[in-house]
Design a protein around this ligand. Structure first.
Ligand SMILES: [Fe+2]
Ligand SMILES: [Fe+2]
Length: 183
């Protein structure tokens, strides 16, 4: 059976996602809410998936591994930004400081290259002073904003992604078990 382009692209996306998910700490993002009822984990997967899909639809020549991985790690700050006390309290407000924290964590736990670093550190532009340097960073920066608005107004955001990309119910239960193991 011949696979359609989109099916092949989804498999490529899934393989990079699974590679990053090998790191249990990455799954810790499922503990924290990003916007509405969407967790940081699902938000990051969605930003990564849609950034990748848009590039494919527009037939952009991109570094796809870097785009997918950089987007998956763009909010790897690992704390509840809604909580009263957060690590950023004395260093500046969350919106401005979390790309630096995400980059610090990503460098510690993954091998990230200059494109992935740019994606993570510039995704909050114009809140962060320097603009994205690569097209991959610019796309993630724009998709992140669109996803954030969508999540804020949708209680059940990304049901398609959850099923098609993050996995079946059984696979999600496995992920949950892994998170519990980590706890
Ligand atoms: Fe962010
Ligand atoms: Fe984000």
């Amino acid at each position: 059976m011949k696979l359609r382009n989109k099916e092949v692209e989804d498999l490529v996306f899934k393989s990079y996602l699974e590679e990053v998910m090998q790191k249990k700490k990455f799954l810790k993002m499922n503990r924290y809410i990003q916007h509405g009822t969407t967790t940081c984990l699902l938000h990051s997967v969605a930003v990564s998936y849609y950034s990748y899909r848009i590039c494919k639809l527009l037939k952009l020549n991109i570094h796809e591994k870097e785009l997918i991985r950089g987007a998956l790690l763009h909010d790897y700050f690992l704390y509840d930004w809604h909580a009263k006390y957060k690590p950023t309290r004395n260093e500046g407000f969350h919106g401005r400081i979390h790309p630096k924290i995400a980059l610090f964590n990503a460098r510690k736990d993954f091998k990230v290259n200059h494109i992935e670093e740019d994606i993570i550190s510039k995704h909050m532009f114009p809140l962060t002073f320097y603009p994205p340097k690569y097209k991959e960073s610019l796309i993630v920066c724009l998709v992140d904003k669109a996803c954030s608005v969508y999540e804020t107004f949708n209680k059940h955001a990304y049901s398609t992604i959850t099923k098609k990309v993050v996995g079946t119910k059984k696979e999600r239960r496995m992920i949950e078990r892994r998170i519990n193991l980590y706890n």
